[in-house]
Design a binder for this molecule. Structure first.
Ligand code: ZN
Length: 182
C-alpha cells in the first residue's frame, strides 16, 4: 500500500498500532488502520454420472492447467452461492451444491480454499470466460500432471478414494511450504 484509501495521504506506516499486537498499514494523518485479512476461495467438485468436470485455465496464474471451478468469494454472497457462481462462470454448469468437502489453510499466501460437493443439474457444461477448455473426466482420465494447484490435486485424490465407498467425509488441512511458520 502506498496511499491511504480513506484520505489519500502518502505517509502510510507499517508497524504495530497502539493497542494492537501485529504490524498493520495505518495512516498517521487520519488514523485509519488498514486491516488485511485472508481471502476465501470457494469452488465445487461438479459431478455428472461418475465423471468430474474440470476446466482449463486461460488466465494467470497457471494458465493452461486444469482446475476444479473455484474463485474468490464476493461480498454479499454465501459460500454456497459463491461456489455455484464460480462453477457457472468457469464451466457454464449449474450445480446442486451439497456438503462442504475440503477446506485448506494456505497461510503463506493468505488464502483459505473451500470446496463443496455438487451434482451437475442437467449434464450441461461449457467453456467459461476464464477457461480455454472444459470436460467431464472419468477417474482414470484425470490429468494429474497438468493440474493447476495443490488444492485441486488433493481434493481430486480424496474424491477418487471416496467414490469407492460412497462416503465423503470433510477434510481440513494445511498446505504451506516446508518450515513455514505463520
Ligand atoms: Zn488517511
Amino acid at each position: 500500500m502506498k496511499f491511504c484509501s480513506q484520505c489519500g495521504s502518502d505517509k502510510l506506516r507499517f508497524d504495530i498500532p497502539e493497542g494492537d499486537n501485529r504490524p498493520r498499514y495505518w495512516c498517521p494523518d487520519c488514523g485509519t488502520i488498514h486491516y488485511q485479512n485472508p481471502k476465501i476461495v470457494v469452488g465445487t467438485v461438479p459431478v455428472w454420472e461418475g465423471r468430474i468436470l474440470l476446466c482449463k485455465r486461460s488466465i494467470q496464474p497457471r494458465s493452461g492447467y486444469w482446475t476444479l471451478p473455484a474463485g474468490y468469494m464476493e461480498n454479499g454472497e454465501t459460500l454456497q452461492e459463491g461456489a455455484a457462481r464460480e462453477t457457472w462462470e468457469e464451466a457454464c454448469a449449474t450445480v446442486n451444491i451439497k456438503d462442504v468437502y475440503t477446506i485448506f489453510n494456505l497461510p503463506h499466501i493468505y488464502q483459505v480454499y473451500i470446496f463443496f460437493l455438487g451434482d451437475i443439474v442437467d449434464g450441461q457444461y461449457g467453456v467459461g470466460e476464464e477457461s480455454s477448455d472444459a470436460g467431464l473426466f472419468l477417474p482414470e482420465e484425470i490429468p494429474w500432471d497438468e493440474l493447476a494447484f495443490p488444492t485441486i490435486n488433493r481434493t481430486l485424490k480424496y474424491f477418487l478414494q471416496d467414490m469407492k465407498t460412497g462416503d465423503y467425509p470433510l477434510r481440513v488441512q494445511d498446505i504451506a511450504p516446508l518450515g513455514f511458520k505463520p
